[in-house]
Design a protein around this ligand. Structure first.
Ligand SMILES: Cc1cc2nc3c(=O)[nH]c(=O)nc-3n(C[C@H](O)[C@H](O)[C@H](O)COP(=O)(O)OP(=O)(O)OC[C@H]3O[C@@H](n4cnc5c(N)ncnc54)[C@H](O)[C@@H]3O)c2cc1C
Length: 341
């Protein structure tokens, strides 16, 4: 009869081959700990590739994990220049792809493998007895079959990108939103790839972060070719100066430059801004959206919108961790503390 594996002899599961999952894999490989990495996409960094055309504002020196750097250096990798700012595609090609192909990582990655659930073997979340002594069971859906694998530990690096926040300020979803996927997009749109969708339309961008700024700058390029494109921007900030960031004195030069660019578009009326605007309701009639919200305790509405791009952030998906006792920060839903390596 085959001897059952001890808990310590089992590998560690990593969920997601984004920058964080691959860095975790590098640390595990460096320590000689066995692991398997499950990635839902066709390649490493599937989420990063979905916004590959966008240039990030952190220079290379902040984007490379130390363990990953050590592993890659061993195989003659040429580190990118520390001060350059990569696009998402360059982050993939120059760093995340070679890392995923490293001989100590590549054999242990499974692509097109989505983790459906993580539980403790044979016990649900209510059971205390023997809890720490039994393995984690990870159920994975690959192309045709769902399989279960046992692990001694699990690292969830599935990110947040696939779970965007909704339009309403209170964070809830409405039926108008869930049934309007033809005219509402979440995340970064490569406007240049789909100009017909946005040209000469009334387009609303929601959110105040850098994703929103990137969306607006892309729409502005379209507006230069198709001047009847109208760009509307709704956010919750009390003042616009909070959005502009540090300008020339920003700690990250590229981030400051984005703020400076967006300020000049607003100053020249290329973009109509509504802030603070807390959206309470979305209606859609004859294909046009109307948003109703409060601005300084007054109700106001914004009508005649053809297309909405929602850039109001994203949050983790805990649904596949339901049978575990997971702790997270009750406000931002991050881990409650950082691990000490
Ligand atoms: C436009 C843009 C610009 C940015 N610029 C910067 C910047 O300048 N500086 C900075 O520090 N950060 C920046 N960020 C943020 C940074 O990109 C993210 O913090 C980072 O990508 C997060 O990495 P991650 O590995 O946690 O998640 P992700 O990159 O989202 O990777 C998660 C991976 O998990 C996979 N996955 C998800 N669910 C499952 C599942 N159930 N089973 C299996 N696999 C799964 C996904 O397919 C994906 O490959 C930017 C983000 C965006 C969108």
């Amino acid at each position: 009869m085959e001897k059952p594996d001890t808990l310590e002899s089992l590998p560690i599961a990593v969920i997601g081959a984004g920058p964080v999952g691959l860095a975790a894999a590098a640390h595990l490989a460096e320590r000689g700990l066995p692991f398997r990495l499950f990635e839902a996409g066709n390649s490493a960094a599937a989420n990063v590739l979905s916004w590959g055309h966008v240039r990030i504002f952190s220079p290379w020196q902040y984007n490379i994990d130390p363990a990953a750097r050590r592993l890659l250096s061993d195989i003659g990798w040429q580190e990118p220049l520390v001060d350059e700012l990569p696009t998402g595609s360059e982050l993939f090609e120059k760093y995340l792809l070679p890392l995923s192909e490293h001989p100590k990582i590549q054999p242990f990655i499974h692509y097109r493998a989505r983790v459906l659930s993580v539980s403790r073997k044979n016990i649900d979340r209510m059971t205390n007895r023997n809890r720490e002594a039994v393995p984690f069971v990870v159920r994975v859906q690959s192309e045709t079959i769902s399989q279960e694998h046992e692990f001694r530990a699990v690292i969830d690096a599935s990110g947040t990108w696939q779970n965007p926040n909704p339009i309403l300020s209170d964070g809830t979803w409405t039926s108008v939103e869930t049934t309007s996927s033809d005219a509402i997009t979440y995340g970064i749109v490569n406007v240049a790839d789909v100009p017909d969708r946005y040209k000469n339309k009334e387009v609303l961008v929601i959110g105040s972060g850098h994703s929103a700024i990137n969306s607006i700058l892309d729409l502005e390029s379209l507006k230069q070719q198709f001047p009847e494109t109208e760009i509307h921007w709704v956010m919750r900030k009390d003042t616009l100066s909070e959005v502009y960031g540090g300008g020339e004195s920003d700690a990250l030069e590229a981030r400051g430059a984005l703020g400076t660019k967006i300020k000049s578009l607003i100053d020249t009326d290329r973009v109509s801004v509504y802030t603070p605007f807390r959206i309470q309701e979305v209606r859609r009639e004859n294909g046009k959206f109307t948003l109703i919200g409060s601005q300084f305790d007054q109700l106001r509405s914004l009508a005649g919108i053809d297309e909405i791009i929602v850039n109001s952030g994203a949050r983790p998906d805990f649904s596949f961790l339901r049978e575990l006792r997971v702790e997270f920060d009750s406000t931002v839903e991050s881990v409650p503390a950082l691990a000490n390596f």
